[in-house]
Design a protein. Structure first.
Length: 334
């Protein structure tokens, strides 16, 4: 039986913490590990880490991936999820009520500035492979015409800078790798000074519909050789490898081969869960995920269902805030 809980609508964070008068690292932090559940603030993260622990962070930056379009004379929004190797894109069509599921192969949508998008074939009930006719590279078009993806629980627009983490270096994620949002340069400096290690990797996230209970789609990732070597070094000395976000966990586990993490890049379709537990990751820094989300199975793969259930029961009881602008948890296996 998977993790179960009811999420009251008022626990969805509707704005960045800065709009609530908080610094990024002043969101709440729930820590669930072998010693039980503890409640603190994210700026105190270091008190729950040890010298020699390794935080693995995703350096993907967030794209302004939502673009207004016209479909048969009616306004819709296109979410640009993932660029494919041949230049096509995976996209989602949305209206205010949720994803549109009635697309047709060959259908053409009008985009701003005379650009257009043609649906080619469906990859899931809500996602399409599409060709995009724009002048120049698509990321440049998105920079001019797009905005960050947001869902109904965030009622107003916020600038792209609010959707970037301190580690963002290479734009490519349709949605923010939000587990790292509470990190600040000051907090990173304190952690490094205390002997906590950091290592980068890259995974560009696609779009996750809050209305759909779906496994993650294939995503592009890269684990550098230096990161793989550092993971091996930390594990050999008994340190903990802690993924910052489900994206970092998926990339690390995708690079696991013959008993160790190796340099790797390409596409991953790995789905972590009861049938594929984590073999490298000892803990995870992660936001709070909606009921039935596939991310919950990934968390179970790292620390087990019982610990995730205990953490989420406590988060609901203490009225933590959910989603990309909400509070954060640190789940530890050991």
């Amino acid at each position: 039986m998977n993790v179960r809980f009811d999420l009251p609508s008022e626990l969805s964070a509707s704005a960045p913490p800065e709009a609530r008068g908080l610094a990024r690292d002043e969101v709440r932090l729930l820590v669930a590990g072998p010693s039980g559940v503890h409640h603190t603030v994210f700026s105190a993260l270091g008190k729950h880490l040890r010298p020699g622990d390794l935080l693995v962070v995703n350096t993907s930056g967030t794209l302004p991936a939502a673009v207004d379009a016209v479909r048969s004379g009616r306004p819709v929004v296109v979410h640009f999820a993932t660029p494919l190797d041949d230049g096509d894109w995976i996209v989602e069509l949305r209206a205010p009520g949720g994803p549109l599921l009635d697309g047709r192969p060959g259908e053409v949508l009008e985009l701003p500035g005379g650009a257009s998008l043609t649906l080619l074939s469906s990859t899931t009930p809500r996602l399409w492979r599409a060709s995009v006719a724009v002048e120049g590279p698509v990321p440049g078009f998105l920079a001019a015409a797009g905005r960050p993806i947001r869902y109904g629980y965030v009622p107003r627009a916020w600038p792209l800078s609010d959707y970037q983490t301190v580690f963002a270096r290479e734009p490519g994620s349709a949605e923010m790798p939000s587990a790292a949002r509470p990190f600040t340069t000051g907090l990173v400096t304190r952690l490094v000074t205390d002997g906590v290690l950091f290592a980068p990797l890259l995974l560009h996230t696609g779009v996750s519909s809050p209305e759909a209970d779906e496994p993650p789609q294939p995503e592009r990732f890269r684990v550098p050789a230096t990161t793989a070597a550092l993971v091996s070094w930390v594990r050999s000395r008994g340190g903990r490898v802690i993924a910052v976000g489900t994206t970092a966990a998926r990339a690390l586990e995708s690079a696991f081969s013959s008993g160790e993490v190796r340099a790797a890049e390409g596409w991953t379709d790995l789905v972590l869960g009861p049938d594929r537990p984590a073999r490298v990751v000892d803990g995870i820094v992660t936001g709070l995920h909606a009921p039935e989300a596939s991310h919950l199975l990934l968390l179970e793969a790292v620390v087990g269902r019982e610990r995730v259930q205990r953490a989420y029961d406590a988060a609901v009881e203490r009225r933590y805030l959910w989603h990309e602008f909400g509070d954060v948890s640190l789940l530890l296996r050991r």
